[in-house]
Design a binder for this molecule. Structure first.
Ligand SMILES: Cc1ncc(COP(=O)(O)O)c(C=O)c1O
Length: 455
């Protein structure tokens, strides 16, 4: 029975892929399929119910089974991009920004084309101090350093000696790949702590804080990359209190703070603004990554060493980018831009979670972020992640291998989906195709011979 059953499943899928059966076409009747596959009507019905469960066909009462309308392979120019994490190009405000660049050049003249303040333009730091208040980060321009993207800030902080004189670094598992890469390339001693959508184990965290020589704990507190997790305010308070107790610094990477829909959510910085928490804020995801601008709020005693390291890396961040951003912030355009950004990304994330719940098979687990860019799908060990990614490429669907976002000892087969560049109309189709590929690979691993070719 199983061989016939699988034969029917594969035959229908192949007919659709080869466009022998198209959107809205009626499948052969149950009787005809039973004859064709030389099996009972019961087996055919079971196979059709499975195809219905996979959203490949749907039943019309008293009529038969029909091909679902979105089951089609995208063409190359219809690629479905769950991989790229740059902003949606439809809302990149580069024309507005062009005006700001011109205004900045008129205002600052040659100052924008020469070496500049290593800490960053003072007037931009002033604007940033004002802007950060909206995110509950209250500080002064003197404590702010502008870096060339937050990647540079993370790189410098990893290498920099800290006032606690300690060496080891603690990271969530999984975590942002760029941070992991920096730690690896610099051979920095790194420990991990498991993170799931339920958060972290606080006993384990305290144990790690107490028994290891921890320089800092790197944390992405909301819109986590790659899980989409966010901590509650209570959890953030607890982490900060533990950090105080055991003299561990916190590096808070709040790269997508603006997408948080909970206006009461605070950053960890709000609970210890005097230096325990180092706040890193990128402008890449909600604005323009090509500007290479981020900001870091440091304790006073670390500023001169940080600026020294920054100077040795690139002297200063591009003054042209800085001057234009200052004008963009000053005239309220950034605020206006954020409104459309928040709406679009929230719509896409809701669609993604909805599609995963509808189409993914029960044996895969996926995170269900409320907002943000990323969602992770954990795969069963039978599925080879690279093979799945290659299959998807053939269908012009692109996803990220999340396995590389783990330290070796925490490794799990997983893929990361990003909503930033994918078109909202393609999300359901993409996830349905993904579900089909996962199912195919999973079934093949069960080593059941398929017989549909013989019909
Ligand atoms: C969590 C996180 N932090 C930092 C960065 C680095 O961003 P940038 O250097 O463009 O500011 C990224 C980029 O993807 C990220 O996902």
């Amino acid at each position: 029975m199983t061989i016939k059953y699988r034969g029917i499943l594969e035959w229908v899928k192949q007919q659709i892929e080869e466009k022998q059966l198209k959107t809205g076409d009626k499948l052969p009747s149950i009787r005809l399929l039973a004859e064709q596959f030389q099996c009972s009507k019961n087996t055919v019905v079971k196979a059709l119910l499975e195809l219905e469960k996979q959203h490949i066909v749907y039943a019309k009462p008293k009529s038969g089974y029909y091909v679902v309308d979105y089951f089609q392979t995208p063409t190359p120019d219809e690629k479905i991009d769950f991989l790229s994490a740059g902003p949606d190009q439809r809302i990149m405000p580069y024309e507005d920004f062009q005006h700001c660049m011109n205004q900045a050049i008129d205002h600052y003249k040659e100052q924008l084309f020469t070496y500049n303040d290593h800490q960053g333009l003072y007037s931009l730091r002033g604007e940033l101090a004002k802007y950060l208040q909206q995110l509950q980060v209250f500080t002064t321009p003197e404590r702010i350093v502008i870096t060339s993207g937050s990647q540079q800030a993370l790189h410098i902080l990893s290498a920099l000696p800290f006032p606690n004189g300690k060496r080891n670094i603690l990271i969530e598992q999984p975590t942002y790949f760029g941070m992991l890469d920096t730690l690896r390339l610099n051979h920095l001693p790194t420990l991990g702590i498991d993170l799931s959508m339920d958060g972290i184990d606080f006993e384990r965290l305290e144990d790690l804080f107490r028994t290891n020589d921890l320089k800092f704990f790197y944390i992405v507190p909301r819109c986590h990359n790659p899980l989409g997790h966010h901590y509650t305010n209570e959890e953030k308070k607890k982490i900060v209190a533990l950090a105080e107790k055991y003299d561990v610094y916190i590096i808070e990477d709040d790269f997508l703070a603006e997408l948080d829909t909970d206006s009461k959510a605070d950053p960890l910085f709000a609970y210890e603004p005097n230096g325990r928490v180092i706040y890193v804020k990128s402008f890449s995801k909600v604005f323009l990554p090509g500007l290479r601008i981020a900001t870091v709020v440091l304790p006073e005693k670390m500023i001169s060493t940080f600026v020294h390291y920054k100077f040795s890396a690139d002297f200063n961040t591009s003054p042209l980018s800085q001057g234009a951003l200052e004008i963009y912030l000053k005239n309220g355009m950034f605020q206006y831009h954020l409104e459309s950004v928040k709406k679009l990304y929230l719509t896409k994330m809701n669609l993604l979670v909805e599609a995963c719940a509808l189409y993914l098979p029960e044996y895969v687990q996926f995170t269900k972020p409320k907002f943000g860019f990323y969602l992770t799908i954990f795969l069963p060990p039978q599925i080879n992640v690279d093979q799945l990614i290659n299959r998807l490429h053939e269908k012009h669907i692109f996803v990220e291998n999340a396995t590389r976002m783990f330290l070796a000892e925490y490794n799990q087969p997983a893929i990361r989906l990003c909503i930033s560049q994918v078109n909202e109309n393609k999300i359901h189709l993409g996830i349905q195709q993904l579900a089909t590929c996962i199912n195919d690979l999973y079934e093949k691993k069960k080593n059941i011979p398929l017989s549909f070719k013989s019909f």
